[in-house]
Design a protein around this ligand. Structure first.
Ligand SMILES: *[C@@H]1O[C@H](CO)[C@@H](O)[C@H](O)[C@H]1NC(C)=O
Ligand SMILES: *[C@@H]1O[C@H](CO)[C@@H](O)[C@H](O)[C@H]1NC(C)=O
Ligand SMILES: *[C@@H]1O[C@H](CO)[C@@H](O)[C@H](O)[C@H]1NC(C)=O
Length: 408
């Protein structure tokens, strides 16, 4: 648990002398009953794949370069509105970095507002997956934008944490491979692993990135799973003077006992994707390389890890076909997080939601009055071996802050 004295630990690598990243207006919090949504959600009878690709991919962006972008300017909890655009860069020079429709994968970059190259955040997006000709055809039909880079604007602005961290240089990587960032197959057009590595090959030759002093690798959902798989090997390549940090946002899955559908099924999908298992992961069966509790043991010990995970995560409940009213899953998840508690920082609210940081209200999620923004501030200032751990035990009285423009 955190104590208030911890919020003042001054560390040399903290972004600013007074690194309060976000100012929060806590007077108005509108809550919706997420649990109700989750029930509705589980009662729907649409084939689960279509459903999931539609539900779990949300627009994080307020589209287009011409938009006047009122969505972030009315957020009273941001210190000031920060309008700087992200610019798209194509991975032209990397022949394997292709989306499922063979378009060239790309990423977005926005440099820090003070032109300081020290602080970087690299975000890998999520959006479920597909694992067979049939499921990928359905995905093409219902979520075409998850398979191509063709419809991406050259300039974009992003809400959520992307508009909060002004002093950070931010890389935002859209997800167009449908393979948990793991595949390398010309046959099935799964190139997540190729795209992932092309990003870092491209950054390595970027003069600004070469000056990085702190890098926060962040992944949402499928993006978080991609980090768990790919980072242990990759991080070994970074010089030791760089402060390396990892945030897994809603990508901490557990092997729920008795689940017919759960994450272990990904083992079969991995054949379709031709998943590239890094040499650092020798776990068998291989899907375990995606399991948080297993993967974090492979991370270099100097790397700090923050896990942000709802105890009633909508995606995992759906994947395992679990009753959202049963607490059993959540208790198992808590047990699983606790087993890793010597290694990770934890923010695990009980309100049912999937994904935090991309939402405009991300700073307001709280556990016992400690907000996610304050936890992130503390975590960023922390020494590497001390952890911030907050787990919500109020299962019945926990609500997520919500605003319509955060949802699909
Ligand atoms: C970038 O910011 C850090 C911390 O605020 C500071 O120590 C460093 O000198 C800055 N670098 C440049 C090039 O301004
Ligand atoms: C591709 O590589 C060439 C030669 O190194 C370089 O000049 C060019 O800027 C690169 N293009 C992109 C989009 O990175
Ligand atoms: C996949 O396609 C790329 C680009 O066309 C090519 O360089 C590579 O050799 C192919 N790989 C296989 C295994 O066929």
């Amino acid at each position: 648990m955190m104590t208030s004295s911890e919020s003042s630990s001054p560390l040399s690598y903290s972004p600013t002398p007074s690194p309060e990243l976000i100012k929060i207006n806590s007077t108005h919090k509108s809550y919706h009953i997420e649990v109700g949504l989750a029930i509705l959600f589980l009662c729907l009878t649409i084939p689960s794949l279509l459903f999931l690709t539609l539900i779990y991919h949300r627009e994080t962006t307020s589209i287009s370069s011409t938009s006047t972008k009122t969505t972030t300017t009315d957020s009273s909890f941001l210190k000031s509105s920060f309008q700087k655009n992200f610019y798209r860069k194509s991975l032209l020079n990397y022949s394997h970095a292709r989306c499922m429709d063979d378009s060239i994968a790309s990423y977005y970059i926005r440099l820090a507002n003070n032109n300081n190259n020290s602080y970087w955040l690299i975000y890998f997006d999520g959006g479920w997956f597909c694992y067979s000709k049939e499921s990928c055809n359905l995905r093409r039909l219902y979520s075409p934008n998850l398979m191509t880079s063709n419809n991406l604007n050259e300039k974009k602005s992003f809400i959520g944490i992307f508009s909060s961290l002004k002093q950070y240089n931010i890389i935002y990587v859209p997800y167009c491979s449908s393979d948990l960032w793991s595949g390398s197959s010309n046959k099935t057009h799964s190139h997540g692993s190729d795209i992932f590595h092309a990003i870092f090959d491209d950054l390595k030759i970027d003069k600004n990135f070469q000056k990085a002093k702190q890098i926060i690798f962040t992944g949402f959902s499928a993006g978080g799973l991609g980090l768990l798989l790919n980072l242990p090997n990759l991080l070994q390549q970074f010089p030791t003077h760089i402060d390396l940090r990892v945030i897994i946002d809603s990508g901490w899955f557990i092997d729920y006992p008795g689940s017919i559908n759960g994450i272990s099924k990904i083992n079969e999908a991995m054949v379709y994707w031709n998943t590239q298992i890094p040499s650092s992961c020798q776990l068998k069966p291989q899907y375990k390389c995606f399991l948080g509790s297993e993967a974090i043991r492979l991370f270099p010990s100097r790397v700090s890890i923050l896990v942000i995970q709802s105890l009633f995560d909508q995606t995992q409940l759906h994947l395992d076909k679990l009753n959202p009213h049963s607490n059993d899953f959540s208790l198992k998840l808590i047990e699983n997080l606790r087993q890793s508690s010597n290694r990770i920082s934890i923010f695990a609210p009980a309100c049912s939601i999937h994904g935090f940081l991309f939402r405009s209200l991300w700073p307001q999620f709280d556990i016992e009055q400690r907000t996610l923004a304050s936890v992130l501030n503390v975590w960023l200032k922390r020494k590497k071996r001390t952890h911030v751990q907050l787990i919500d035990h109020h299962f019945d009285s926990s609500f997520c802050p919500q605003r319509d423009d955060d949802e699909i």
